[in-house]
Design a protein around this ligand. Structure first.
Ligand code: NCD
Ligand code: ZN
Length: 347
C-alpha cells in the first residue's frame, strides 16, 4: 500500500489569483485543495477600498467551480493615503480580513505601495485597536540595498520599530526567505507570524542561476542561499506554531515572464500542497504537515480550522506544464510543470 496521510483541509495564507481570464484559469487549482485563501490585493489598479474588495470578492466567487465551498479572504492594499475608518468599516463588515503592505516598488504591482512609514501610523494604531491582522511584504526597496539583503534590512529598519511601537498589532511577515527572517519571526512569536512558500523551501539561488538563468524561479523575495533554505525547512517542519503555509502562487502570462525585464512571481498552486508534502516527507516530518498547513494559520488569524480533510498519497504523477488563459494564444507556465511530483491529493 502506498504511504498516505490525512490532514485537516489546509488554507493558503498568501495567494495571488489575479482577475478576469487569469482568475478563471488559476483559481480552480486552489479551490480543489484549500478551504480558504488570503487573496492578495495587488491588482492593477489595486484593491484599495471596501467597495473594491466587495466587487473583487464577487468576481472571485463567480470564478469558483460549481459546488465549491472555498472561501476567499479579502485584503486591503495599504497606501500612504489609506483611511483608517474605511479599514475599520471593511473589517467590521467582514469584507477585509487583513491589510497588506507593500513598500513602494518592492515587487509586482507595488507602485502604489507605502513610501512614507510615518503616514501609515494611524492605520496601524487603528488595526491594533480593533484586532486586525497586518500583512507585510518585508523588503527594503532602497536601490542602495543589495537585493539579497532586502529582507534583513527591512527587519532592522522597519519591522523592529513597528513591533515596539504597536505591541498589540498582530503581524505576518509574508514569504519569509532568509535565515535572518526565520530567526526574527521565531524571536517575536506570537505577535509575529511568518508564511513560507513551497519554492523557498525547495530551491537555492544556485538552482535558479547556477545552470542557466531560470525565469520560472524568479520571484520576490528572491531565492537565497542553501543556509537560508535550510533554516526555512527547519522552521516549517519542526512544528513551531508561528510559521504557516502561504504559497505566494502568482501567475503571469508567459510574455511577461519571458521578457527583457521579466515579472517576479511563480505560479505554483497546481503543485503546492504536494510540494509541501514532499518537503515534510524529506525531513521525516509528515506528522507536522497538518500543523503548518491547516492549524497554525487559523490560530494566528484567530479563526477556526477547517472541518473537512484531505488525503495525500505517495504516488508519482507529472505536473501540467501550463494553463491556457485566453484561448490558445495566452498561457501561464506552471512552476515545476512537466516535473515528476511525488505526492498526490487523492481525496
Ligand atoms: C508577486 C506577484 O506576482 O504578484 N510576485 C512575487 O514574486 N512573489 C507579488 C509578491 O508577493 O511579491
Ligand atoms: Zn505574494
Amino acid at each position: 500500500m502506498a504511504e498516505r496521510i490525512t490532514i485537516r483541509k489546509p488554507d493558503d495564507w498568501h495567494l495571488h489569483v489575479r482577475d478576469g481570464a487569469m482568475l478563471r484559469a488559476a483559481l480552480p487549482f486552489t479551490a480543489a485543495n484549500f478551504g480558504r485563501a488570503i487573496i492578495m490585493p495587488n491588482l492593477l489598479p489595486p484593491v484599495l477600498t471596501v467597495k473594491e474588495a466587495i466587487a473583487y470578492r464577487d468576481r472571485v466567487v463567480a470564478a469558483l467551480p460549481e459546488g465549491s465551498t472555498f472561501q476567499p479572504l479579502m485584503t486591503c492594499y495599504l497606501t500612504d493615503a489609506t483611511d483608517p475608518d474605511d479599514v475599520e468599516t471593511g473589517f467590521r463588515e467582514g469584507v477585509f480580513t487583513a491589510v497588506k503592505m507593500y513598500p513602494a516598488n518592492a515587487t509586482t504591482n507595488s507602485a502604489y505601495g507605502v513610501t512614507d512609514f510615518q503616514r501609515i501610523r494611524q492605520v496601524l494604531a487603528r488595526m491594533e485597536k480593533i484586532g486586525m491582522t497586518f500583512l507585510i511584504h518585508g523588503e527594503e526597496a532602497d536601490p542602495e540595498i543589495d537585493v539579497f539583503d532586502r529582507e534583513a534590512v527591512f527587519i532592522e529598519r522597519r519591522l523592529t520599530p513597528m513591533l515596539k511601537d504597536f505591541p498589540g498589532l498582530r503581524i505576518v511577515l509574508e514569504h519569509v526567505s532568509s535565515r535572518e527572517g526565520v530567526d526574527f519571526v521565531r524571536a517575536h512569536a506570537p505577535q509575529l507570524g511568518g508564511t513560507i512558500t513551497p519554492y523557498h523551501l525547495m530551491l537555492t539561488r544556485t538552482d535558479w542561476l547556477g545552470y542557466g538563468n531560470r525565469p520560472y524561479m524568479y520571484c520576490m523575495p528572491v531565492i537565497k542561499r542553501r543556509e537560508d533554505r535550510d533554516a526555512l525547512r527547519k522552521a516549517a517542519t519542526q512544528g513551531e506554531s508561528n510559521f504557516f503555509l502561504g504559497t505566494d502562487s502568482a501567475p503571469h502570462p508567459v510574455t511577461k515572464k519571458l521578457a527583457t525585464v521579466g515579472a517576479a512571481g511563480l505560479f505554483n498552486s497546481p503543485v503546492a500542497i504536494e510540494s509541501y508534502a514532499q518537503v515534510f516527507a524529506e525531513e521525516n516530518a509528515l506528522d507536522k504537515l497538518e500543523a503548518f498547513a491547516s492549524l497554525n494559520g487559523p490560530k494566528h488569524y484567530r479563526l477556526p480550522p477547517n472541518a473537512e480533510s484531505i488525503t495525500l498519497e505517495k504516488t508519482v504523477w507529472t505536473a501540467p506544464e501550463e494553463v491556457k488563459v485566453n484561448g490558445p494564444e495566452e498561457r501561464a507556465l506552471i512552476h515545476r510543470g512537466g516535473e515528476q511530483i511525488q505526492w498526490k491529493v487523492v481525496a
